[in-house]
Design a protein. Structure first.
Length: 732
């Protein structure tokens, strides 16, 4: 999991003892119910197989629960906790399966949590670009071969790619799926359990538990349960409102009947406006086709009453806009920081720009929770706010097209705020990507007018920085298609996506595809300029790099040489672009195995950089690192260590020790010392790098995890060679 280099000796390990939980199980709802009559029990799950919790499966258009609301996730959470509490599984993995990359990230984290390792060793600098995907594949292999019992829960599965490529299998394990699309799963590979509404007894028990503080509130519980169709989400929202207001079930029932009539009248009016006929309707929420209005669902009634209550709580008037914002980002869990960002507060302030603080924004979200429209998990920074897809769908459908577009742009701005202003931990980054996926789903057109919103770039870059270059390839391809359709193939936006796609192809081990992409881009750019613009030079460097990776080192050297000659002729020997072209030629020499030429040119580049820009300039420090790498690749390890030490000292002096570039420089030094057999020195540097990773990046970041694995590997080599554990802090 630590990159694309390997040293011998990696082994997989398995932890024994108490059960391991990977991921975060959603917190239990108020008065959660195991559902002995209408749900699935632990004994009912087939051993060594898969269980799919799906909706009731009604095909009629008047079905009340097309988007769920029957409690599948809560039932799965109860079963997962029961596995942990009863020691029925050595490992329980909970993954919010919002997308393929979310499942990949969850599997990679589970591999780490269970104490197994991917087949790799200490890495050169940052986490290898395909490391997370390799770790996910290694985890599936671990599941297939372990004798330890396990449970993998994929909540809200909707991506067919997961069922096709990332299905967990193994004789010792069980798979539990919640989905609104049971057709994604092979019927022969899983038992489908239909989870519908509560039984009458379960519904009454639920209301009794929720209203236990005041027995008088239970008056009329039976009639209310019938009115709400025994639907769990509707009963939960009704109970939340009654708890907040003190209303009895009878009082709530009267309000619900009135609200149903109001919604039906509004639906009929909308149908008449859409078609011009009083007896038919093709538009508006709750309308079925074929001239027939769909009955108002119980959830529509309770959502409406809950929204009314939330908007009345202090600070009044903010909850509705907060729900609109959440409806563009859910239902996979939203970070609190996203809903209290500057962009979110500006949106909550409305068109008049009423000032809203972060505290007021969060109070609005809390009001939604008090009214039963969302749930808050205070223990999770990544998925702080949880909302059901049914609630969010109704919120979107109840707003105008103009209001939805405003909410889409506000949500995109909020995502951009958070991604650009924070060192985002891995779990928060995944939650942000899940939010971005939903935002593109519900508001794609608004994100491309009048130009591509920056969040579309940030989402793809997050895939790469999180170690999922393979996923990034598919993402950039999709973005390029949309950009070409909106702006044309020669537009600068399309050129940017073509460049990003080429980079992702390189990182995912597809250099041939990268060569094609960069060649097309270079042709386009050179037709529009004189060939020495920064973007042309950068594309030439990228193409040369891809050619070398594709097994065409001579082509790479030739192209890099031509680029340097052109820069020297047009811009002079000391121009920054010429120095950059010089460095790219050195890289091409290195990739071609021409180590002497690479070392000589790197020396010249360092000297030229120091003379033109000074020893403390970032480009000079990068040039010194390239020289150290050239020495290492050429087998001159003593010289390499000396240059890496100098590069690290410069980084510490200029950028401080707690900096990502400094951490990368220290990891390079540590790896080189390991290659040179200096295990004690290597372990010391890895320990320092690991401490800095925890401080700067967080314990869950991919680079932190990779550094820990590198440290363990080198310490293992030292123990095998010297018979002593070189670590200051012993594992365990």
């Amino acid at each position: 999991m630590a990159g694309n280099r390997m040293l011998p000796g990696e082994v997989q390990t398995e932890r024994a003892g108490r059960p391991v939980l990977s991921g975060r199980i959603p917190p239990p709802a108020d008065s959660c119910l195991l559902r002995q009559e209408t749900g699935v029990t632990l004994d009912g799950m087939p051993p060594g197989g898969a269980t799919v919790l799906a909706g009731p499966g009604r095909a009629a258009p008047e079905a009340a629960h097309d988007l769920g609301g029957t409690g599948k996730t809560q039932l799965a959470a109860l079963l997962a906790r029961e596995h942990l509490d009863s020691d029925a599984a050595h490992l329980v993995v909970w993954i919010t399966a919002a997308s393929e990359d979310a499942v990949i990230a969850g599997y990679a984290q589970a591999l780490h949590d269970v104490g197994a390792t991917a087949p790799s060793g200490p890495a050169e600098g940052p986490e290898g670009p395909e490391g997370v995907e390799s770790a996910a594949a290694a985890f599936l292999e671990w599941l297939a071969n372990t004798a330890l019992p396990w449970l993998v829960v994929l909540d809200d599965l909707g991506d067919p790619a997961v069922a096709e490529r990332w299905w967990p299998r193994g004789p010792a394990g069980q798979v539990l799926i919640t989905t609104r699309h049971p057709d994604l799963v092979d019927p022969g590979a899983a038992h489908v359990a239909r989870v519908g509404e509560f039984s009458p007894r379960e519904a009454l028990w639920y209301l009794a538990e929720r209203l236990r503080a005041d027995h008088d509130q239970r008056t009329g519980a039976t009639d209310l349960a019938i009115e709400l169709g025994f639907l769990p989400i509707a009963l939960a929202q009704a109970a939340a409102v009654m708890t907040e207001t003190g209303w009895t079930c009878r009082q709530y029932l009267e309000l619900a009947i009135d609200r149903r009539a109001q919604l039906a009248a509004a639906q009929a009016s909308a149908g008449q406006r859409a078609t011009g006929h009083a007896d038919t309707g093709q538009a508006g929420e709750g309308l079925a086709g074929e001239g027939r209005a769909r009955p108002i669902s119980p959830a529509a009634v309770t959502c409406s009453l809950s929204a009314q209550l939330a908007s009345q709580l202090a600070p009044p008037g903010l909850a509705g806009r907060a729900l609109s914002l959440i409806s563009m980002l859910g239902p996979f869990g939203i970070p609190r920081v996203l809903l209290t960002s500057q962009a979110a507060c500006a949106y909550l302030g409305g068109p008049d720009g009423y000032p809203v603080t972060a505290a007021q924004a969060w109070a609005a979200v809390q009001n939604l929770a008090r009214a039963g429209l969302v749930a808050i998990d205070d223990g999770s920074a990544a998925r702080s706010v949880l909302a059901h897809a049914l609630v969010l769908s109704m919120a979107r459908q109840s707003s105008t097209a103009s209001a939805r577009e405003q909410a889409v742009r506000a949500a995109a701005d909020a995502l951009a705020d958070v991604w650009s202003s924070l060192a985002v931990p891995a779990d928060v980054a995944q939650a942000l990507r899940d939010c971005a996926v939903k935002l593109q789903d519900v508001g794609r057109a608004a994100l491309w007018v009048p130009q591509c919103h920056p969040i579309l770039i940030a989402a793809g870059q997050s895939l790469v920085s999180s170690g999922m270059a393979g996923q990034a390839v598919a993402y950039w391809r999709a973005m390029l298609r949309v950009s070409e359709r909106h702006f044309g193939a020669t537009h600068t936006q399309s050129a940017q996506f073509r460049d990003l796609l080429g980079t992702a192809c390189e990182l995912s081990g597809r250099p041939g595809e990268a060569v094609v992409m960069y060649t097309d881009l270079l042709t386009q750019l050179e037709q529009a300029g004189d060939g020495c613009q920064p973007e042309v030079l950068a594309t030439r460097a990228s193409l040369a790099r891809a050619q070398a990776a594709a097994g065409r080192p001579a082509d790479a050297v030739r192209l890099a040489r031509q680029t340097l000659d052109r820069c020297e002729q047009v811009q002079g020997a000391s121009h920054p672009d010429t120095l950059q072209a010089q460095a790219h030629l050195a890289d091409s020499y290195l990739a071609a195995g021409q180590f002497k030429q690479a070392i000589d040119l790197c020396k010249r580049t360092v000297a030229d950089r120091e003379r033109a820009q000074g020893a403390s300039h970032p480009e000079t420090m990068a040039a010194r690192t390239s020289l150290a790498t050239a020495y290492r690749s050429g087998g001159k390890l003593k010289d390499a260590i000396k240059q890496y030490e100098r590069a690290l000292a410069d980084r510490e002096r200029v950028q401080d020790t707690a900096d990502a570039d400094t951490i990368a420089a220290r990891r390079e030094l540590a790896y080189t010392c390991c290659v040179a057999g200096k295990y004690a020195y290597s372990v010391a540097q890895y320990e320092r790098a690991l401490a800095d990773c925890h401080e700067v990046l967080g314990s869950g970041h991919a680079i932190t995890l990779a550094t820990q694995e590198d440290l363990d590997a080198v310490a293992g080599y030292g123990l095998a060679k010297m018979g002593i554990d070189l670590r200051k802090r012993k594992p365990g």
